[in-house]
Design a protein around this ligand. Sequence first.
Ligand SMILES: C[S@@+](CC[C@H](N)C(=O)[O-])C[C@H]1O[C@@H](n2cnc3c(N)ncnc32)[C@H](O)[C@@H]1O
Length: 279
Amino acid sequence: MTSFSEIPDLDADQFQRFAKLIHEKAHIHLKDHKITLLSNRLRKRLRALSLGSYDEYFRYINDEATAQKEMVHFLEAVTTNESYFWRTTQNFEALKRYVLPDLVKEHRGSKLKFWSAGCSTGEEPYNLAIEIVESMKNLGHFEWELLGSDISTRVVDFARTGIYSGRKIERIPENILRRYFRKLEDQDAYQVRQDLREKIKFDVENLFEAMHPGMHCIFCRNVMIYFNRADQEKLVNRFHEMLVKGGYLFIGHAESLQMLDTPFATRPTEEGVLYQKKS
Ligand SMILES: C[S@@+](CC[C@H](N)C(=O)[O-])C[C@H]1O[C@@H](n2cnc3c(N)ncnc32)[C@H](O)[C@@H]1O
C-alpha cells in the first residue's frame, strides 16, 4: 500500500479542477505555481479521510452526502492565515491621527461600526479594538462595535479564544500587553482582556456573500492579494456600498486600488494612502 507521503503532486488537470472549485467557493485565485503547495495541503485531507487519490477526494468533496462537512476542512486547507499584532502599524497610526477624529466628529452621538473582513486568527480586530479604546483618551468616549469575519471556521474559533503567544505578540508594546492582556498561568501565552473579547462579534462568512451595511470603517488587509483583479474590483465595490458616506477602507501594504475601477476617493498621508467613500 502506498503511504500518503508517496502520493505524487496533483497533475495539471487535477490542479485545474481543484483551483476552479476553490475559486467558486472562496474566490481565491490559485496560480499554477501553487501546485506543490496545494498538493501538500490536500495530502493531509487524504490522510485524514484515508482516501488513496486526489480523484477520490474530488468525488468526496462533490458528493452531496459529504460535501458540506468536508468543505469546512477544504477551505481551511486552502486558505493562508498568517497574522500577528502590530502588523503594518502605519494603518493604525492613520486610524488614530485622521480617521477616528474625523469619524467621531462627523458621527457624534452614533455608534461607530468597524469590520475586520478576513480577520484570520483575530489579531487584527483585537489590535483595532485596542486602538479604539486607546483613542478615547484624546477623543472622549464614543459608542462602537466591531465585527471580525473569516471564511475559515478554524481561525474564527481560534480568534474567539483570544489566546496568543510567540511571534504573534512579540511586537506588542509592553505597556499595551500589560493593560489589555493577562498572562495565562503556567503557560507562555497571553489572553486578551475579557471585556474586549466580549465586545467583538466573530462570524464565519464568505466576503463575497457577507452584507453589513452602515459600516464606518472596514479593514480588509492582506486578503485581496489572493483574488484576481475582477474579484478584487467586485469586493471593493461591495465594501463601498456597505460603508456610510465618509467611511474608510484599509487594505494591506502590498495591495492597491490603483488599477481597479472603484468610486473610492484617495487621500495621501504620511502613513500611506487613505481610501474614503465620498459619494
Ligand atoms: C493572510 S490572512 C489576513 C489576516 C489579517 N487581515 C491580517 O492582515 O493580518 C487572509 C485571510 O483571508 C481569509 N479569506 C480568504 N478568502 C476569503 C473569503 N472569500 N471570505 C472570507 N475570508 C477569506 C483567509 O481565510 C485568511 O484568514
